[in-house]
Ligand binder design. Structure first.
Ligand code: PEP
Ligand code: MG
Length: 721
């Protein structure tokens, strides 16, 4: 310090040296020793208060000297030794801190969200420093070469005179808009604009730059591709094509699929979001933003919404009974459940925002309140959810509707011209099917027929079927289901106007459908004309230890062929009927048999389908083309795909079950231990969310090769969350 000061006769220099030194102690303690910076800020505040000043800039050289002493004292108290004075020790400490930062919890979460491998590691650059706090001809700032919120082509940034970078971020002083620099230091501004343009041209992308001015000389500290909103990403990509900087292919690769998806859903007003702080995070289960009053039951959601209230439904987890409430809610928040949980799957189908699996919530569902981040949230309080990031806000953050601009359709046309996959949707009812067609789906790739019974009184019919003890009872229940199912298929075929639909036969993991609550059991028993006790005994008999590996999928049709018969009747009759309407398109049904592991299982069910369909066609006198295929979602199906392809006209890889069965862990329960897998770096991401290419992917590859060996033109699809 003395060396520095004695070398300079400028009267302000001593102040600069002590300001730099106190900043160094503060930052070193925070970043290297991890003691935080609040203590130091408190000391600065105390000093300013004592002197009756509000700006750091008004602290004199002697004030800063005193502060540096106090900081070192503070350091010694916290760390138990003197602040290091050897520059080599300081440098090593700083270098180690950078490497360590690769492993902090924030970095781990960020990498997981953005699919960045841990193994990449990080690097350290050591370089001389320039000082924005040297005097009033110095300063520092940050800028984007385009507006990161809208994408508009204009420099967007701010700076502070006589300051260092963290002062801009910390918000202690209000920075100036970058344009003001044109008046304050015209030459520096001119040079800055030129460099910013040059960087943008070089990287061919919007840049986020940091700069420092030392004695009216400009230094660029850093440049990187700037973070931007979805709307800005789209506009920038399209503008860059128009400006001749990138080609259409490059533009398509520039926009994150996740961002594009969020453009189709309501989003938070960016200005309002800036002032909001999240109170917690769950899984980003279904994109879009939602803001509404908290309700804890589906009934309340429905009732409040019918009064015109906007509500968010908060539940431990959702079940089929909650559907109507989910439809009425702006957003859904659950404490339990992963990306394939009921809430997540159903919300995505509806296009409703959902944050699932926020385990930090202390839920008091009965008492209608929950606690999160130490605060209590009651029924009727406002909450806001971001289904694209998983963030939860304990306040009302206004949302704006999705607006699809002309840029969007231009962009999507470029994508369409280059893609090799077709995209169908998951949809199980006419409402979701219509929504998906509106969003450009080329058909339905997976219609889960068990989901067609989530709504209203329908669940009772399917429950009645499940708990039937005799064929007669079951046939009676199936007779109730048939017209509902056929009616839905007809409506969906009409909505699709000739686009294909793969209808998957029933695959209800029993635990998701068998009634559990006393009042549900009583209601069903009354409907069936039996006693609640008798029904309870039946339900107990159905209990399975591993329902995901239980009596579901094609196994159900093997035991109860009448189910496959009924479903075939519903599909074929619906197709015949809609085709007879001569609407200008032809329906070609695709029937998919789930959970096949052995070709004879498939053959058994397929024979029922074919016999039933042929009879119906004969009776009606009309011709109909239809296809029968299977899901490949059990490892044995993948490794015997050559045999299975003899019976299957198409495969659809069900990556939920295939992942579950390949790893051998339950898709319903994996969330409970995956966090430790991330912490220990055994996994870097949720295999139910991002396919495990090495294991599950290998099975898929094998099945494709084997399947094509038997049936070269086999149609292949992939589904799952
Ligand atoms: C799958 O297993 O990947 C699948 C799509 O089916 P479900 O999620 O209904 O089991
Ligand atoms: Mg499955």
């Amino acid at each position: 310090i003395n060396g520095l000061i004695s070398g300079n006769s400028d009267p302000g220099f001593e102040r600069f040296v002590y300001d730099s030194y106190r900043r160094f102690i503060q930052m070193y303690s925070d970043v290297v020793m991890e003691v935080g910076k609040e203590y130091f800020e408190e000391l600065i505040d105390k000093m300013k208060k004592g002197k009756g000043i509000t700006n750091d800039i008004d602290l004199t050289a002697s004030d800063l000297k005193t502060l540096a002493q106090q900081f070192k004292q503070e350091y010694k108290e916290k760390i138990g030794e003197d602040f290091p004075s050897n520059p080599k020790d300081q440098l090593m400490g700083a270098i180690k801190a950078v490497f360590r930062s690769w492993d902090n919890p924030r970095a781990n979460v960020y990498r997981r969200m953005n699919n960045i491998p841990y193994s990449w590691g990080t690097a350290v650059n050591v370089q001389p420093m320039v000082y924005g706090n040297l005097n009033n001809k110095s300063g520092t700032g940050v800028a984007f070469t385009r507006d990161p919120a809208t994408g508009e082509k204009a420099l967007f940034g701010e700076y502070l005179i006589n300051a260092q970078g963290e002062d801009v971020v910390a918000g202690i002083r209000t920075p100036n808009k970058i344009d003001k620099l044109a008046d304050e230091m015209p030459n520096v501004y001119e040079e800055f604009v030129q460099i910013a343009n040059k960087l943008e041209k070089h990287y061919k992308d919007m840049q986020d730059v940091e700069f420092t001015i030392e004695n009216e000389k400009l230094y660029m500290l850093q440049t990187r591709n700037g973070k931007r909103t979805a709307a800005a990403a789209l506009k920038i990509a399209v503008d860059f094509v128009d400006e001749g900087m990138i080609d259409e292919q490059e533009a398509v690769l520039r926009v994150e699929p996740k961002q594009l998806d969020s453009l189709l859903h309501p989003q938070f007003d960016p200005k309002a979001l800036k002032n909001a702080t999240p109170i917690g995070t769950g899984l980003a289960a279904s994109p879009g933003a939602a803001c509404g009053k908290i309700v804890f039951t589906a009934e309340d959601a429905k009732e409040w919404a019918s009064r015109g209230e906007k509500v968010c439904l908060v539940r431990l987890e959702t079940s089929p009974e909650d559907i109507e409430g989910m439809v009425s809610a702006q957003g859904i928040l659950t404490v339990r459940g992963g990306m394939t949980s009921h809430a997540a799957v159903v919300a995505r189908g509806m296009g409703t925002c959902c944050v699932s699996g926020c385990g930090e919530i202390l839920m008091h569902e009965q008492e209608k309140y929950f606690e999160l981040s130490g605060k209590r949230y009651n029924e009727g309080d406002y909450i806001s959810l971001d289904g694209s990031t998983g963030k939860i806000y304990g306040e009302a953050v206004p949302t704006v509707e999705a607006t699809i601009s002309g840029d969007f359709s231009r962009f999507m046309k470029w994508a369409d011209e280059r893609r090799t996959l077709k995209v169908r949707t998951n949809a199980d009812n006419p409402r979701d099917a219509a929504q998906a067609v509106k969003f450009g789906a080329e058909g339905i790739g997976l219609c889960r027929t068990e989901h067609m019974f989530f709504e209203g009184d329908r669940i009772k019919a399917i429950r009645e079927m499940i708990v039937s003890k005799t064929v007669e009872e079951r046939k009676k229940a199936l007779a109730k289901i048939l017209p509902l199912q056929q009616g839905d298929f007809e409506q969906m075929y009409r909505v699709l106007e000739g686009r294909p639909m793969t209808i998957r036969f029933l695959d209800p993991p029993l635990h998701e459908f068998v009634p559990a609550k006393d009042e549900e059991i009583k209601e069903l028993a009354d409907d069936m004309g039996i006693s609640a006790q008798e029904l309870k005994t039946v339900i107990e008999g159905l209990h399975e230890s591993n329902p995901m590996m239980g009596h579901r999928g094609c196994r159900l049709a093997v035991t109860f062929p009448e189910i496959a018969e009924m479903q075939t009747t519903a599909v074929i009759k619906a197709a015949l009927k809609v085709n007879a309407e001569n609407n200008g398109y032809t329906v070609v049904p695709e029937i998919m048999i789930p959970l096949v592991g052995e070709v004879r299982e498939l053959k058994f069910v397929k024979d029922i389908v074919v016999a039933t369909a042929d009879k119906l066609m004969k009776d009606s006198g009309a011709q109909l083309t239809y296809h029968v295929g299977t899901m490949i979602e059990i490892p044995r199906a993948a490794v015997t795909a050559d045999e299975i392809a003899k019976e299957a006209e198409f495969f659809s890889f069900g990556t939920n079950d295939l992942t579950q069965m390949t790893f051998g862990f339950s898709r319903d329960d994996a969330g409970k231990f995956l966090e430790s897998y991330y912490d220990t770096k055994i996994f870097e991401s949720d295999p139910f969310e991002r396919i495990d290419q090495n294991g599950v992917g290998k099975l898929v590859k094998m099945a494709v090769e084997l399947g094509r060996k038997t049936r070269p033109d086999i149609k292949l699809g992939i589904c799952g969350e």
